[in-house]
Design a protein around this ligand. Structure first.
Ligand SMILES: [Zn+2]
Length: 264
């Protein structure tokens, strides 16, 4: 299997160095995973990369619909006359893909694995032969996945991490950041990190007592994060608290914006 990565020109706090667009396949045919932002220079870069691989893009796949992954999909699919596939059909003509569906590119079979959590429509793509996994924003490298309710869901996210762990991935190709060479260890670390955060959130809310808004505990839990990320961190704290409520370990005492929680 050949894999080529094209970095999109959209670096930011949330996208790190930018979105990774992948070309994956064999025998002169490749699938493009996550075309990225709708930028003419990125479209050209993707077509150049396919040419360098001496391959034709025969299918376009989306891990999820966020604006740093999907907007170029329709234009690329039209430029190379290839079908477009996503879990959410959206409004760009994608054919719906379901969990377990297999898409072939040359000799490579990529299996769609539904992994809700970061986004409800999130898919990873797994090549069982090489055990390489394309994770979109489900597992990242060098940064943390934001879980923003209501479309983001921490209970789903933890279940989806355990699901990709069960695939025993050898190599992970993330939606942002560098290739991860020990996939299993990386996912195990992700799970451990989230459980540690969950415990920190529960403890911080319990210590404050009363009705606590997610943002109230961000400065102490995310002390190492730049201030500019605190609003996003509050989304993840809320996602942790919603999970704790579901698990019977916290109470939602005031619904609303922001919601307020208590842990006893
Ligand atoms: Zn992304």
């Amino acid at each position: 299997m050949s894999v080529s990565v094209i970095l999109a020109p959209n670096p930011s706090l949330l996208t790190g160095p930018g979105t990774n667009t992948y070309l994956v396949g064999d025998g002169g045919e490749v699938a493009c995973i996550d075309p990225g932002p709708d930028e003419p220079e990125h479209l050209r870069a993707i077509e150049d990369a396919a040419r360098a691989m001496r391959a034709r893009i025969t299918t376009v796949l989306l891990t999820h619909s966020h604006p740093d992954h999907r907007p170029l999909a329709r234009r690329l699919a039209e430029a190379v006359s290839a079908p477009l596939h996503a879990l959410d059909p959206g409004d760009d003509g994608a054919a719906p893909l379901r969990d377990g569906d297999v898409v072939e590119a040359g000799g490579v079979a990529l299996r769609a694995v539904h992994t809700p959590g970061h986004a409800s429509d999130h898919l990873c793509f797994f090549d069982a032969q090489s055990r390489e996994l394309f994770t979109g924003d489900h597992v990242l490298s060098g940064m943390t996945t934001v879980i923003s309710p209501p479309d983001g869901d921490m209970s789903d996210y933890m279940d989806s991490l355990r699901r990709v762990l069960s695939l025993r991935p050898a190599v992970i190709h993330p939606g942002h950041g560098r290739t991860i060479e020990d996939g299993v260890a990386a996912v195990e670390e992700y799970i451990a990190h989230r459980l540690e955060r969950e415990a920190q959130v529960a403890e911080a809310v319990r210590r404050r007592g009363g009705a606590v808004a997610p943002i109230d505990v961000v400065p102490e839990i995310y002390a190492a994060y730049p201030q500019a990320l605190h609003a996003f961190a509050a989304r993840s704290v809320q996602a942790h608290l919603d999970k704790l409520v579901r698990d019977g370990r916290a109470a939602l005492v005031e619904p609303g914006d922001p919601p307020r929680y208590a842990v006893h």
